[in-house]
Write a new protein. Structure first.
Length: 289
């Protein structure tokens, strides 16, 4: 397991760092502070973090405990969970674990939730594409009344290309009107019909079928979106997108509040068109690679 004692027992300072005595105190390399983790993803000596925030793996046996708003609460399969999955099915074990979290009285205080896929373990089992997990999440949305940030898919610290298959994303998004940030890391994703007025940040690292992904984005209604990061598949061996598929985005009308745009894995031919677009002229941050 990732932790033996919940990270929620660690007192945090204003920057989200652990201070004072605690039953479980992560050993962090000298010189590493929450500020230095900002924008980083990884695992350091058993401590996982995402953009400056520690990740706590939920364990139904230990329970949720006091909820710390700055932490990511992760639902994933580790150790004994995977062993149980061999006998009872990984999807069944995962849904039970997610259901246990939703029944926790303090789940209503969680602001950051991470649903990590088990597809990278090489076991021939269902992943989020046909799993009940996201349906259970959507049906249990009331239990996560304070949820503002949601991560779905491959473990963020994995360096290999994503292998997860994720479906029902649109339905999950609609179930949480308070959601401000969504991140999906997968080999393939079914976006569905998406309409959300509160979403501010969207990051999609999807290795396959970037054309389908852009078509889905072009049909989305996200009037409050301010930050968009999309992987277009060029670096992962996927088919590269055509300029016309980016046209609705580059007009600036698709997401009228957009301030930050990051496009990864595109061909160099698209750079000039993006930089010369009406959208680029009003952005405060533009990154192309």
């Amino acid at each position: 397991m990732l932790n033996e004692t919940p990270l929620s027992s660690i007192p945090l300072d204003d920057s989200g760092g652990a201070v004072g005595a605690a039953p479980w105190n992560p050993v962090v390399p000298e010189g590493w502070t929450p500020a230095s983790w900002a924008g980083s993803v990884g695992e350091v000596e058993g401590v996982r973090f995402l953009e400056g925030a520690l990740i706590e793996s939920y364990d139904p046996v230990l329970g949720l405990g006091a909820v710390v708003p700055e932490l990511w609460y992760r639902v994933g399969l580790d150790g004994e969970d995977l062993e149980a999955g061999w006998a009872r099915g990984l999807d069944t074990v995962y849904v039970e674990k997610l259901g246990a979290l939703l029944r926790e009285p303090k789940a209503r205080e969680i602001r950051r939730l991470m649903l990590c896929d088990w597809g990278g373990d090489g076991l021939d089992e269902a992943t989020f594409a046909d799993s009940e997990a996201l349906r259970v999440l959507s049906r249990g949305a009331r239990a996560l009344a304070a949820l503002e940030e949601l991560y779905i898919g491959e473990e963020p610290h994995q360096t290999e290309g994503p292998q997860a298959f994720v479906g029902h994303v649109g339905a999950a998004l609609r179930a949480f009107p308070r959601l401000r940030r969504l991140e999906v890391r997968a080999a393939w994703m079914a976006w569905g019909s998406v309409s959300h007025t509160g979403l501010r940040s969207l990051r999609l690292e999807v290795a396959d079928s970037p054309e389908e992904l852009l078509d889905a984005l072009n049909a989305s209604f996200l009037p409050g979106l301010r930050s968009l990061e999309v992987w277009l598949g060029g670096d992962s061996g996927g088919e590269e997108v055509e300029a016309e598929q980016l046209a609705p985005l580059l007009t600036g009308k698709l997401f009228p509040a957009l301030e930050t745009l990051r496009l990864w894995g595109h061909s160099g031919e698209l750079r000039g068109q993006v930089e010369a677009s009406p959208l680029a002229s009003r952005l405060t941050s533009l990154a192309l690679a």
